[in-house]
Design a protein around this ligand. Structure first.
Ligand code: HEC
Ligand code: HEC
Ligand code: HEC
Ligand code: HEC
Length: 312
C-alpha cells in the first residue's frame, strides 16, 4: 500500500494543532494522589472535599450525566468516551483511577516528584512537567482548558454545558483552596497574589474563549455560547484597562478586537489567540501584585464553594 502523504501530513497537522486545547496528562508519568498524600496530608484532605474528587464516585450515577452519555451513545461513562478527559485521571492502561486529581492540576509527576521540594532543583522540576503555583499563566490555562469545555459535539449533541462561569480568584479560594503554609489552617491568598490570579485569569479566559470560537463549525449552542463567552471576557478586560491602562492589556484588547467571532474563521482567530497567549505569559512573568492595587475593586469576594478548614 502506498502511503498517502497528504493524509499523513493532515494527521500530523491535526495532532500539532494549537486548537486542540485540552491539557493532556501524560498517563505514563502518573504517580497517583496517594503518593502526594504521603507528604501533603492537609492538601489531600482538602482535595477529598472537592467536586474534583467526588466526581469519581458520583458522576456516573447522576441522571444528568446518564442523559448526556446516552445522547452520545456512551454506555459506560467511567471507561469510555470523552468524559474521561475532564472528569477523571486516567492511567496508562486507560483506567480511571481518580477524579480530577493533584496531577491534573500540577502535572504528571514521575519526573519531578523527587525534585520539586529540593533546593536548587525547582527549575528542573518545572522543566520535567511540574506546574508550579508560581507560574500563574500555566496554572490558569490548565483550569480553563477543562472549564471552557472545548468540545463542540459534547455540547451540541450531548447537551453538556458549554463551560463554567469561572473566575480564578473566587474559584481557587473556595472549595479548591489548599494553602497550609501558615500551619494547619487553610489560609486565604494574599491581596498581591489575588491581583495576579485575577488579572492573568481574565486574560486566559479571553484566550480560551477565543480558542473555543475558533473550533466552532456549526451554528448551534456551542458556537453561540463560545462567542458570548468571548464577548463577556473582552468586556472584563475593558473594565481592567479602565483602571489599569497598561500597554500589554491594551494589546490583548486590540488582538481580540481585530477578529470577527464567526464560524470558519479559524486562522485569524488563532493568530489572535497566539498573541494573547504570549501577552498572558508576559503579564504573568513580569507584573507585580504590589503595583496592582487598582484591581482590588474588581476582584470578587464571594467564592465558589466552601473552603475546607478555613482559617478564621
Ligand atoms: C517526599 C515528600 C513529598 C512528596 C511525595 C510530594 N511533595 Fe510536594 N512538596 C513537598 C515539600 C516539602 C514542599 C515544600 C513545602 C510546601 O510548599 O509545602 C512541597 C511543595 C509542593 C508544591 C508547592 C510548590 C510551590 O512552588 O510553592 C506543590 C504544588 C506540590 N508540592 C505538589 C505535590 C504533588 C502534586 C505531589 C504528588 C504528585 C507532591 N507534591 C508530592 C514534599 C513532597
Ligand atoms: C472538556 C472537558 C469536559 C468533558 C470532555 C466532559 N465534561 Fe462534564 N463537566 C466539565 C466541567 C468543567 C464541569 C463543571 C461545570 C461547572 O460546575 O461549572 C462539568 C460538569 C458536568 C456535569 C454536572 C452538570 C450539572 O449541572 O450538574 C455533568 C452531569 C457532566 N459534566 C457530565 C459529563 C459527561 C457525561 C461527559 C462525557 C460524555 C462529560 N461531562 C465530559 C467538563 C467536561
Ligand atoms: C483543581 C486543581 C488542583 C488540584 C486538583 C490540586 N491542586 Fe494544588 N494547587 C492548585 C492551585 C491553583 C494552587 C495555587 C493556589 C493559590 O494560588 O492560592 C495550588 C497550590 C498547591 C500547593 C502550594 C500551596 C501553598 O501553600 O502555597 C501545594 C503543596 C499543592 N497545591 C498540592 C496539591 C496536592 C498534594 C493535591 C492533591 C491532593 C493538589 N494540590 C490538588 C490547584 C490544584
Ligand atoms: C481535568 C479537567 C479539570 C481541570 C484541570 C480543572 N477542573 Fe475544575 N472541574 C472539572 C470538572 C469535571 C468539574 C465538575 C465535577 C462534577 O461536578 O462532577 C469541576 C468543578 C470545579 C469546581 C466546582 C464548580 C461548582 O459548580 O461548584 C470548581 C470551583 C473548579 N472546578 C475550579 C477549578 C480551578 C480553579 C481549576 C484550576 C486550578 C480547575 N478547576 C481545574 C474539571 C477540571
Amino acid at each position: 500500500m502506498k502511503l498517502n502523504i497528504s493524509l499523513l501530513a493532515g494527521l500530523i497537522a491535526l495532532l500539532a494543532s494549537p486548537t486542540l486545547t485540552l491539557a493532556a496528562l501524560d498517563s505514563t508519568k502518573l504517580v497517583g494522589p496517594e503518593k502526594c498524600a504521603d507528604c501533603h496530608k492537609s492538601e489531600a484532605a482538602a482535595w477529598q472535599e472537592m467536586k474534583h474528587f467526588k466526581t469519581f464516585d458520583d458522576l456516573h450515577r447522576r441522571p444528568s450525566a446518564k442523559e448526556i452519555a446516552a445522547k452520545l451513545e456512551i454506555v459506560n461513562i467511567k471507561t469510555e468516551g470523552s468524559c474521561m478527559q475532564c472528569h477523571y485521571t486516567v492511567n496508562d492502561t486507560g483506567r480511571a483511577v481518580a477524579g480530577v486529581s493533584c496531577e491534573s492540576c500540577h502535572g504528571a509527576a514521575a519526573d519531578w516528584i523527587g525534585k520539586h521540594n529540593e533546593k536548587g532543583q525547582r527549575d528542573q522540576a518545572v522543566a520535567n512537567g511540574f506546574i508550579s503555583p508560581s507560574n500563574i499563566y500555566q496554572l490558569a490555562t490548565n483550569c480553563f482548558s477543562c472549564h471552557t469545555v472545548p468540545n463542540e459535539k459534547l455540547v451540541n449533541v450531548g447537551g453538556h454545558q458549554a463551560g463554567s462561569a469561572i473566575e480564578l480568584v473566587s474559584w481557587v479560594q473556595g472549595e479548591v483552596r489548599h494553602h497550609f503554609k501558615a500551619g494547619t489552617a487553610n489560609t486565604d491568598a494574599t491581596p498581591e497574589r489575588k491581583r495576579m490570579l485575577y488579572l492573568v485569569g481574565r486574560v486566559v479566559d479571553l484566550e480560551y474563549s477565543l480558542r473555543g470560537v475558533a473550533n466552532a463549525t456549526e451554528k448551534a449552542s456551542y458556537a453561540v455560547s463560545m462567542a458570548r463567552r468571548a464577548k463577556a471576557a473582552r468586556a472584563e478586560i475593558q473594565k481592567i484597562i479602565d483602571v489599569l491602562p497598561r500597554e500589554e492589556l491594551k494589546a490583548v484588547a486590540a488582538a481580540s478586537d481585530g477578529v470577527a467571532l464567526k464560524l470558519n474563521n479559524k486562522e485569524p482567530i488563532m493568530a489572535a489567540v497566539q498573541a494573547i497567549s504570549d501577552l498572558g505569559r508576559k503579564i504573568s512573568d513580569t507584573y507585580k501584585g504590589e503595583e496592582l492595587a487598582a484591581l482590588d475593586a474588581l476582584i470578587p469576594t464571594v467564592v465558589q464553594g466552601t473552603p475546607y478548614n478555613a482559617a478564621p
